[in-house]
Design a protein around this ligand. Structure first.
Ligand SMILES: [Zn+2]
Length: 412
């Protein structure tokens, strides 16, 4: 045994605390009173969870607020401003900004990440090269997989297809899409399914982003998922249009997603920032109600999406904050539902990304966080800080708990 994490409280287990033994980077034992000649880290009765899983974040275009203007603050302006800034991206510049974002994620307890990455004839593979280097240099602390996608269209933008294929050949793991910027949205979806079959890659699409729910691309995505037997390997992100359908239609759509095996990622910060701009008062929230989908058997995750750019000019990269924000926006107060917010940044995210070596089980990789709270509910409701993170059994993060200095107490 190399390490024992003592007095750990497990998510979903209200009983007594246990010790977690780690050997060769893996969880070797979970039991009370574990004794072995090993390094000891005392969790002090706090929650120990598998690390957080970011299923949808854009490293390549993070931290560019100082290069963009944001007058209207809407989606079209954000795409236009980032397209302009992208011309000057170099692999080194992407690396430097991505590094800052990854390090923030690490400090918030993220141990796994799927990063969406743009390729097109303007940026070529420069962002891809920068992020590939980050994948290697930060492998000590986080597993990062790249989802290659055409932000500015595929069929309308000659040269993009070849770059997507080249990026997949050079290490892209997942193929993505943004059909709403394409002249032929279904044509783009067809081609993305084709690439996924060529590379046996999972699919993760930006989809149905907007407020007009009269036509939904997700119907077509479900159809192709079934036709090509890709259930469990297709995810869709945003899908804000589902915030604008009535409960009966939402239940129907949920059944469709569940039966096809299509998972959904809600991106609360971006969706809140970009939606609801069609009104000048009493604005809508534009955040799809993940819990309704969960209750119908659809798998969902919550993620950060953009960090400090015109799509989302915020970002501490805290997935716990996304969980709390989601609960707050969507009127989630019941204890079980708040705990589900925690699952949507841990176990449910891992399932969406098909991370098979993940979880608090003997034999799994020891990718763990110690949180300064006792339960998943407390972690989300109180935004409890992450005090330690471990990647493959090695400690990657330590944060001291805050301490108050009372005036009239003796200090030992
Ligand atoms: Zn995105």
């Amino acid at each position: 045994m190399d390490l024992i994490l003592k007095d750990a409280r497990l998510p979903g287990d209200a009983g007594a605390s246990v010790d977690i033994g780690i050997a060769d980077g893996r969880i070797a034992a979970i039991e009370a009173g574990l004794l072995a000649d090993a390094e000891i880290v005392d969790a002090g009765g706090r929650l120990v969870s598998p690390g957080f899983v970011e299923t949808h974040i854009h490293l390549d275009k993070s931290c560019i607020l100082d290069r963009c203007s944001s007058r209207r603050g809407d989606l079209e302006e954000a795409i236009g401003e980032v397209a302009k800034a992208k011309k000057d991206f170099t692999a080194e510049d992407v690396y430097e900004r991505g590094r800052r974002t990854i390090e923030k994620c690490l400090k918030q307890g993220t141990t796994h990440m799927r990063t969406h990455l743009e390729v097109d004839p303007v940026v070529g593979l420069r962002s891809f090269e920068g992020v590939m280097q980050l994948v290697k240099d930060y492998a000590w602390a986080i597993d990062i997989e790249i989802c290659v996608f055409p932000q500015e269209g595929l069929l309308n933008y000659p040269g993009t297809d070849e770059l997507m294929v080249e990026a997949m050949q050079k290490g892209g793991k997942v193929v993505g899409a943004a059909p709403y910027t394409d002249c032929d949205p279904h044509g783009q979806i067809d081609r993305v399914f084709e690439i996924s079959r060529e590379f046996d890659a999972d699919i993760d699409m930006h989809l149905d982003f907007g407020t007009d729910a009269s036509g939904l691309d997700l119907d077509y995505v479900c159809e192709l998922t079934e036709r090509f037997g890709r259930g469990g390997r297709v995810a869709i992100g945003h899908v804000t249009k589902l915030a604008y359908v009535d409960p009966e239609r939402l239940a129907e759509i949920a059944g469709r997603l569940r039966d096809a095996g299509v998972a959904l990622t809600v991106l609360p910060s971006t969706d809140l920032f970009l939606m609801g701009r069609d009104r000048d008062h009493a604005q809508t929230r534009g955040v799809t109600h993940a819990h309704t989908l969960l209750h119908h058997g659809v798998n969902c995750s919550l993620s950060t999406n953009n960090v400090l750019n015109p799509f989302t000019p915020f970002g501490d990269c805290s997935l716990l904050r996304m969980a709390n924000l989601n609960a707050n926006i969507c009127h989630i107060g019941a204890a079980d539902d708040i705990a589900e917010c925690f699952n949507m940044i841990t176990t449910r995210s891992a399932r969406l990304a098909n991370l098979h070596d993940y979880g608090l089980e003997v034999g799994k990789s020891a990718d763990l966080v110690v949180i300064d709270g006792a339960t998943p509910h407390a972690a989300v409701a109180e935004l409890a800080p992450v005090l330690h993170a471990f990647k493959r059994g090695r400690r990657t993060l330590t944060r001291q708990p805050a301490e108050l200095h009372f005036p009239n107490r003796d200090h030992a």
